[in-house]
Design a protein around this ligand. Sequence first.
Ligand SMILES: Cc1cc2nc3c(=O)[nH]c(=O)nc-3n(C[C@H](O)[C@H](O)[C@H](O)COP(=O)(O)O)c2cc1C
Length: 147
Amino acid sequence: MDGGQGNDAQGLFRIAYDSVVALPFGEAGESELRRMMETARQRNAESGITGVLRFDGAYFLQVLEGPRAAVEETMARIRRDPRHTDVRVLSAGPLERRDFAEWSMVLVTEAEMAAARQRNPDLLEVYPFRTAEVVHSLRGVLGGDRD
Ligand SMILES: Cc1cc2nc3c(=O)[nH]c(=O)nc-3n(C[C@H](O)[C@H](O)[C@H](O)COP(=O)(O)O)c2cc1C
């Protein structure tokens, strides 16, 4: 993510979307997901994007933050990815500061969500279209010490 930090002064942008996992991806399972995360982290680090991807086995929810052009270009690529369908942008707009600055992309799994729910049942009761709540919830799941 280092590449983009310097661009923050020019204005940050954030897109949040959700989508439905496509069957080929579901069948390929865990290893496909790990591979996809590797690609995402590498590409995002190059273009100054940070964010989070929540996957519960059926739906994705992703937050991308960074310089506007990079975020939009990445979103366009993600949209075309056949590993998911029904991409629905929940919000897109300027951002004052990054919420996931530590991660070029961090995965939040169903297991992590379940564990977080045990600790704090309110944490994940959010409406997906309320991006501020989603961000707060996912930050709560991640805590401050994940790599
Ligand atoms: C749910 C989901 C999330 C993704 N997140 C990212 C991401 O954050 N950054 C990224 O570069 N690619 C992400 N990808 C992968 C892109 O769709 C694409 O495969 C990848 O960027 C390589 O693009 P290319 O084959 O056009 O070079 C994601 C794909 C899916 C299905």
